[in-house]
Ligand binder design. Sequence first.
Ligand code: ATP
Ligand code: MG
Ligand code: FE
Length: 342
Amino acid sequence: ALILGIESSCDETAAALVTSDGRVLAHRLAGQEEAHRPFGGVVPELAARAHVEMAVPLVEGALADAGVTLADVDAIAATAGPGLIGGVMVGLMTGKALAHAANKPLIAVNHLEGHALSPRLADPNLAFPYLLLLVSGGHCQLLLVRGVGDYRRLATTIDDAAGEAFDKTAKLLGLGFPGGPAVERAAREGDPKAVPLPRPLVGSGEPHFSFAGLKSAVLRARDAGVHRSEDIAASFQQAVVDCLTDRTRIAIEAVEDDVTALVVAGGVAANQAIRTALAGLAERTGLAFAAPPLWLCTDNGAMIAWAGAERFAAGLIDDMEVPARARWPLDPGAEKARGAGV
Ligand code: ATP
Ligand code: MG
Ligand code: FE
């Protein structure tokens, strides 16, 4: 089957055409860095407006790149949340309109499921169940991925997401926006042992995450005025690496009889130091390791088309009433059990 995917949940508008055997026929992406840079972060109203301008041209461009028309497509997948609600509505409405006009099935995709299944687009041999570290701009979770639409959340952050910590650190150090790649670049020129920073929750028995204290420590290190920003960036990145590997190790102990692979996905999975550390952890614990190529880690349309392909194969089609959602947990049971936010 041929699936068109549309992504618009944050500050990337994207459209892609992916087949159910995992071929990416086309993917187009329009970032909005220039629009948001003056504000040092994503401005929801500016994002929604940019999505309105870009969604249809990107779909047309992707169709042209693949040399197909809407009539050749078997289903249309669009992100239906979670994310900035204005943007989600634009992408989902675009998907609904195209599905209605071309008389094609609509698939409402959870953006997090897009990240969670993206490693299977990169590696068709990656089988369920697997342990997933989902690290992105809004999330930091460990999930047991049992199948399409079947997730058990083992851990989450009690305050900031991993990507948020990178973005705030970049802002504190004046490294620019978007923050993750800027911190990684600066860290390459710095000494990861130069600045003593905390490793929140490392050693605790539950594999949860916390990054707020780390951010405050970065602020204090900056204000002390004695460290190079490259050294602070490198020390910060090392602290995140240590937190992620320690917390993931605890989760591996809980599920190692069920899984054969450790998988990392989401924008922060583009970080080379994090990929290397997790690959090492997987090797030490006897697990296979999978991480999507960098372009598939940060937001894109191919992962939405692919999640759509997986859902389409499972017979999971949505009707036109399906809502756009700002919040949409992958494991609603876990969310309920621990209370909102955790
Ligand atoms: P979510 O997926 O939780 O809704 P999002 O879609 O905004 O959030 P992604 O696009 O998946 O997030 O990831 C963006 C995040 O990844 C940003 O916080 C960004 O700083 C971070 N990031 C991107 N590249 C890197 C990198 N090389 N190193 C560290 N962080 C990175
Ligand atoms: Mg983005
Ligand atoms: Fe994302």
